[in-house]
Design a protein around this ligand. Structure first.
Ligand SMILES: Nc1ncnc2c1ncn2[C@@H]1O[C@H](COP(=O)(O)OP(=O)(O)OP(=O)(O)O)[C@@H](O)[C@H]1O
Ligand SMILES: [Mg+2]
Length: 426
């Protein structure tokens, strides 16, 4: 059975007419498409417009010989993969070695034995086929690996998006619910202040004009501790005003953080985003029965407004700060007495801005640091970390904003994350 598909193309290069004729007839009869060239130059010229699947190449030719021709074929990316079989005299073992060194896959000896030529050609065409197949399989494998990576990234994004969107919704919902009653209290505090001031003045007027009131009034004033009340009431009201202002700020920050309504790209004040995020994490900075308070040091510089997806950027601040707090809590267990986070911002050249978030926790080992941006990589106990925070943050900074997110850490000393983004997109 002839398993070579018909119409494989072969170029025969030989300066002897008889040889060319013999090979042409032999190969054509076998169904090959045969082209011929009479010397090395002619072969190279032909190969500029025609690529056979195999080349039979004579060694001894006038002009450039077979070795040089072969070398040039192997140097040219278009022809380097075409298998070359040398034709050389039987006794010429030196040339056989030289030919193989020049890049030939095989040799046949002259005078030509028909069966041998056909067998060798068949084998090398099959080998070439296999190589092409192998190449295709490799290509396909790379493609599939890439698809798999993309799929993984998409899944990661989805999980984090769901997580963040439900957190965002919750935060926005709570903020909305609190907003109305707080405004109600805040708005009415002014009236209470006025009314109570009026009542106090009225009492003072009474006291001025009736310094000796009835005994019942005197007793009641004593019971009420009227003097203290007169002094304290306005203080209470001003601290209530401060309190309600604070709640309003918190509500504003919560809305600022979730920014569900603002998915688009627009200029924002980054410090506002950082502050809102800090506020949301506030409870984790405070002293607890087991942990000393974490100090947050701000080293803010004047920053331009930054064009970005602000809720996404807040998500990055949240992930990095939450990681820093986790790391600091761990370091407190191993003796860190002054857990600190330093947040610095600065404007760089060419409209870039930089945000650095550093902690003096235990740092990251070299082995771990190469993996922290990988999805699902976590060193935290099962159930407490998903390992998505940094991978998603990296994506947000690099893919969504064309920026850079880098991590510098020294084991035992701390970790610093550096975010760089352009303040305005071209
Ligand atoms: N400031 C830091 N100090 C020390 N290690 C850190 C710090 N930030 C990140 N890491 C390491 O990087 C790992 C990956 O962080 P990443 O935020 O991606 O996931 P995670 O915090 O484990 O889980 P989550 O998805 O809940 O954020 C962490 O498990 C931790 O080992
Ligand atoms: Mg994390």
């Amino acid at each position: 059975m002839n398993i070579i598909p018909q119409k494989h193309s072969i170029l025969v290069v030989d300066d002897t007419h008889t040889n060319l004729k013999i090979l042409f007839d032999l190969l054509s009869n076998q169904g090959y498409r045969v082209a011929i060239a009479k010397n090395g130059e002619a072969a190279l010229e032909k190969l500029e417009s025609y690529l056979p699947e195999l080349i039979l190449l004579d060694v001894m030719m006038p002009g450039i010989d077979g070795f040089e021709t072969c070398k040039r074929l192997k140097d040219n990316p278009n022809t380097q993969d075409i298998p070359v079989i040398f034709m050389t005299a039987l006794s010429d073992s030196g040339n056989k070695v030289k030919g193989l060194n020049a890049g030939a896959v095989d040799y046949i000896t002259k005078p030509i034995n028909h069966e041998e030529v056909l067998a060798r050609i068949e084998i090398h065409l099959q080998l070439k086929n296999l190589k092409t197949l192998e190449g295709m399989v490799n290509e396909r494998t790379t493609e599939l690996t890439e698809t798999l990576e993309n799929l993984k990234r998409a899944q990661v994004q989805l999980v984090q998006k769901e997580k963040m969107s439900s957190l965002g919704k919750l935060v926005a919902g709570v903020a909305h619910e609190i907003n109305n009653p707080v405004n109600f209290i805040h708005g009415n505090l002014k009236h209470i202040q006025q009314y109570s001031l009026g009542l106090l003045q009225l009492v003072e007027l009474y006291q001025k004009h009736y310094p000796q009131p009835e005994k019942e009034i005197q007793d009641y004033a004593e019971e009420l501790e009227l003097e203290f009340l007169q002094e304290d009431l306005s203080k209470i009201i001003s601290s209530m005003t401060i309190g309600s202002n604070r709640i309003r700020q918190i509500v504003l920050s919560l809305r600022n953080f979730s920014r569900l309504d603002e998915a688009e790209f627009k200029p924002v004040n980054l410090h506002e985003g950082i502050e809102s995020t800090l506020l949301i994490l506030q409870h984790r900075f405070k002293t607890s029965s087991k942990n000393p308070a974490i100090e947050v040091i701000r080293k803010y510089s004047e920053l331009p407004m930054v064009e970005c997806y602000s809720s996404k950027l807040n998500q990055v601040f949240m992930n990095i700060l939450a990681n820093a707090i986790d790391a600091l809590e761990e370091s407190i267990d191993s003796g860190n007495k002054e857990p600190t986070i330093v947040i610095s911002t600065s404007e760089l050249l060419n409209k870039w801005v930089e945000i650095r978030i550093a902690d003096n926790g235990n740092g990251i080992s070299e082995e771990t640091s190469s993996k922290i941006f990988d999805p699902f990589f976590t060193t935290k106990p099962i159930g407490s970390g998903t390992g998505l925070g940094l991978s998603i943050s990296h994506q947000i900074i690099t893919d969504k904003h064309g920026g850079k997110l880098e991590c510098y850490s020294t084991l035992g000393q701390g970790t610093e994350f550096v975010i760089q983004i352009k303040s305005s997109q071209p």
